[in-house]
Design a binder for this molecule. Structure first.
Ligand code: NAP
Length: 540
């Protein structure tokens, strides 16, 4: 029977940071190996993304029958997703169900933030401190800190002085926010805003949307998940899960496309786009092999979407403002929506272009653009996250010989397989930079990393070893490979959070691995069978 020590212990086999889907499964896995594991979680509940992002309309943009754990068949058979795309409350309920079902909470210290982690060259352990003033040591440290978990308020003069209610979508209050009879301003038009805007518009007296960059959004075609469909999927869950691993982005229903956009004529292409549009979600990106590699092919899909926007939005000038023209479709995360573009036909919604004329400042009662002041009662900041590296860099992490992670990553993150960082022994990342993580079905990628990390820790214990390190030369080769793969695509051409471009001063480096889930698993599989090529296991 696995054991765990009580809360007063300060010496652990493993400390995990974060109790989202990554941290919870890591805890389950390590505990099942009989390891003394502690999780530090800054919130007062489990669920990570789904704990923090409670804004109106928040829901997953991958179908829940796939965006869910596969590690326990009873769990996936007993849980009944109610809607095709899980809502935030449903996903949070699911996270809590998992925590209860596997009795995870007893090893999670809530409201606890890891302040520092320093590798001790003498003991070969990590010395840890928390915001609560506690100290601990651990043989291993797992960062399950999430890729989109450090909300980024905009750097606009006066934003902190706004006198009305102010909310960031990534740190939303835990109580219902009532926008009735309120004049609301929202800054941002990324995935979070695209979901929130239609819902806020239904309530608010007036909603003013401040848009810097128009994004491509595709209808999600949400709806209830009928029990017949749900049961049919459950019956073939093993096939669905296995086939997801064979796809580019870990989504079973989106296999690799087989033909180029130029293999068909214009009419056929249009028909294929229409079919994808009817499916909704990400389907459009899986129509042709070259959508994300050939600018002209990409433009055919982009223009198809712009045409749909022009059809929906009645005012042609507003429609044109909403048509993205500065990046290829799919190179910024594609948004999924429910009646987003339709919302701009409402009388109580105004769209303000802040590209040509940026927001100059925020006063206690207004957003100021040029010489025009937009008076509001509530300010919603849908301005995104310090993605992929923000959470790790927020912790003072020091590796061997005093090397700081924030210095190491100053010019962009460097990892081996997105799992370890050279010079940081026994420290692991779940879905770190240079892994498919954010470019895949996240839970599938989480499960794969958890299993690899568990195998590494198991090897160390079984063989009486002390440390595992990523070899610097293996890391350098992996980073180079990532860059080569990315540079064959259109991704680096967009000023996206994948590139760190949304954070002023952040190094512009394309961070995710975009070679695909299938390829990545093949590479990791080879690394493992090749006696953990690129990793150095040792006694010191
Ligand atoms: P985001 O995609 O980074 O969007 C942030 C928005 O704020 C952008 O429109 C950005 O404009 C704007 N912005 C930032 N600073 C600004 C400023 N000073 N002035 C004007 N506009 C400013 O963030 P997000 O919408 O929170 O989404 C982040 C990611 O989270 C998504 O890409 C997705 O991966 C994930 N997410 C997923 C779901 C889902 O599963 N359904 C939902 C929400 C989020 P620019 O583009 O010009 O920088």
């Amino acid at each position: 029977m696995p054991h765990s020590k009580n809360i007063s212990e300060d010496s652990f086999d493993i400390v995990i940071v974060g109790a989202g889907f990554a941290g919870m499964y890591m805890l389950y896995k390590l505990r099942s190996m009989g390891l003394n594991t502690r999780v530090y979680e800054r919130g007062d509940g489990v669920g990570g993304t789904w704990y923090w992002n409670r804004y109106p309309g928040a829901r997953c943009d991958l179908e829940s029958m796939e965006y869910s754990y596969s590690f326990d068949n009873d769990l996936q058979q007993e849980w009944n997703w109610k809607e095709k795309y899980g809502t935030q409350p449903e996903l949070l309920k699911y996270a809590n169900h998992v925590a209860d079902r596997f009795d995870l909470r007893r090893d999670i210290e809530f409201k606890t933030r890891l302040n520092s982690a320093q590798y001790n060259d003498v003991t070969g352990r990590l010395d840890l401190t928390t915001n609560r003033g506690s100290r601990a040591t651990a043989a291993h440290l797992v960062l399950a800190t999430g890729n989109l978990s450090t909300p980024q308020p905009p750097k606009i003069d006066g934003v902190a002085d706004f006198n009305g209610r102010s909310f960031h979508t990534g740190n939303w209050p835990h109580v219902n926010v009532d926008f009735r009879k309120r004049r609301v301003g929202i800054i941002g038009t990324g995935s979070s805003a695209v979901q929130a805007i239609p819902e806020i518009a239904k309530q608010a007296a007036h909603l003013t949307v401040f848009q810097r960059t128009a994004n491509f959004s595709i209808p999600a075609h949400h709806g209830p998940l009928e029990s017949a469909e749900r049961e049919a999927k459950k019956a073939r869950y093993d096939v669905i899960r296995a086939s997801a691993n064979e796809t580019p982005f870990g989504i079973a229903k989106f296999g690799s496309p087989t033909q180029s956009a130029w293999d068909v004529n214009g009419a056929e292409r249009q028909k294929i786009y229409e079919e994808a549009w009817a499916i909704g979600g990400q389907a459009l990106l899986f129509t042709f092999t070259d959508i994300l590699t050939d600018r002209d092919a990409n433009e055919t899909a982009a223009e198809f979407v712009r045409e749909r926007i022009r059809e929906v939005v009645k005012d042609p000038a507003i429609a044109e403002l909403l048509c993205p023209k500065d990046h290829p479709i799919g190179t910024k995360r594609l948004c999924l929506d429910s009646f987003y573009y339709e919302t701009y036909n409402r009388d109580n919604v105004t769209l303000i272009d802040v590209k040509k004329m940026p927001i100059s400042r925020i006063t206690p009662s207004a957003v100021v653009v040029g010489d025009k002041s937009y008076e509001i009662d509530d300010l919603v900041l849908a301005t995104g996250f310090d993605a992929m590296t923000g959470a790790a860099r927020d912790i003072n992490i020091v590796g061997e010989m005093g090397i700081r992670l924030s210095d190491r990553w100053a010019a962009g993150p460097q990892t081996y397989l997105g799992i370890m960082v050279a010079s940081f022994p026994n420290m692991y990342l779940i879905t770190g930079p240079q892994s498919p993580g954010v470019k895949s079905q996240m839970i599938l990628s989480i499960e794969y990393h958890v299993e690899i990390i568990a195998k590494m820790i198991d090897k160390i214990r079984r063989e009486g070893l002390r440390t595992v390190r990523a070899k610097p030369e293996a890391q350098a080769a992996w980073v180079e490979h990532n860059n080569l793969v990315a540079n064959k695509t259109l991704y680096p051409t967009a000023a996206s959070w994948y590139m760190g471009a949304n954070i002023p001063g952040k190094a512009r480096v394309f961070m995710p691995y975009v070679g695909g889930v299938k390829e990545y698993r093949a590479i990791c599989g080879k690394v493992m069978t090749d006696n953990w090529r690129g990793f150095a296991f040792s006694n010191n």
